[in-house]
Write a protein of this length. Sequence first.
Length: 543
Amino acid sequence: MTFRPCLVLPVYDPGPALARTVAALAGCGLPMYLADDGSGPETRRELERLALEQPLIRLLSLSPNQGKGAAVMAGLRRAHQDGFSHALQVDADGQHDAGAVAEFLALGRDHPGAVVTGVPRFDHSAPAARRYWRYANHVWVWINTLSLDIRDSLCGFRLYPLEPTIALLDRTAIPRRMAFDTEIIIRLQWAGVPVVNAPVAVTYPGDGVSHYRPWRDTLGIIWMHHRLFFLMLARAPRLLARRRRRTHPWFRIRERGTLLGLCFTVWLLRLLGPRALRLAADLVLPYFFLTAGRARRASRHYLARLREPGTRETYRHFRAFSRATVDKLLAWAGADAGLDLDMGDLERFLELHGSGAGILFLGAHLGNLEMLRGLGHVRGLGGLNAVVYSRNAIRFHEILKWINPGFALDLVQVAAVTPDTAIRLQQKLDQGESLFIVGDRTPPSDSGRTVLAPFLGRPAPFPVGPYVLAHLLRCPVHLMFCVHDGERYRIRLEPFAERIELPRAGRDAAIARWAERYARCLEAQCHATPFQWFNFYEFWGQP
């Protein structure tokens, strides 16, 4: 799908905010449909003036006043007729932060089939009654969708994919007034259109004009929810079945194992040693294998891209992960006598790390980089910083910190690549330390930026963050994997880039090229050691 966006603004006597809103949005350089919903003479004159000043403005007129929903639908239909693929709805009253347009367009480009909806971040100007009313509305939305997909259904800052949206408008009567925003996104969710939630700052201007009529519009929304509730009951089996089939991003997969079980593991290691711990892991593995249906399916779908998968192959994949987990624990506990590490590229790694140049090592959930970091720390090798997001493995990481407090010393937790992140990591590089980051796991949020790259025969989402971070840090980048090939652990090290440059012009294309190169290298490693890649979720999405 060619991504061709535009803006749609429903207009009904918004007062002075109209000119400010148009001026703020004009910098985006996008065609702007202003759908006038029967405004008075003063607003019509202002619209005509703005159209003369801004060649990107396209005026639509509804008469008499029909409601916000009618104006938005008119704008969406006209944009679709003119060949646009997406339309970003923005209220004309100046409440929404125009700076969020770029982020929403980036999300639409990354998720072209989804509706990207705003989640308001109110400041002190927001009336308390409005905020409290939203919570009641949220509950009804969650009931009527049987999900938590939609974080806020009332926000008028929303990017629509026009093809499914117009198809919905053609077959369904949607409310033409204030209930429009809520009902259309519920019905899009019913139709299977994915929902991406993204924050947007909201301010109520002092000279803003609100046309929300508390009694009429609130009762209209309440009636809409009751009507949709009975329509939902007929759709409930299909909605629930979709939830069972739905793939979950890795950061929503709950951590397996209990804190008590992990404490028992440590006790077993200290009392009986590594051999007993490995035996215990083999004994409990069948339980985890049988009770992890989603992970088993993900393993089969991955292995099918490399070989003929079966229960035996999938179990072997689980056992490789179990062994890697045990070896990670042994390394940090200093009980590494049974960890056979081939020298291979180890000397080269030690030379790079000790050079004082500050290097970014780009790895993957392939093999056992964390074991290597543990071995280095126990043997006095400092400055091995892991840049991670570990909220989905809290208990296991707490146990590693209990075994060895040094585990947390060089652990840099980030939720997104920000300037603050880059500054903090740059300080570590300036001290001659090394950074480890993985490039095969999407960002830990629904709105995290990804890029598609061919991987094992099908496009897969890869995070943008590692390449943006490497560009900001301006440091050498090496690929590094520590894999168990059936006999011993071997370090595989290769140069990736002396510098990663992301020019302003063509930045997205440059990121895509780096991601494709990384995906090719990771694919080669998966072919060489297929049971060593440990992403037990639907990496490609729904198969």
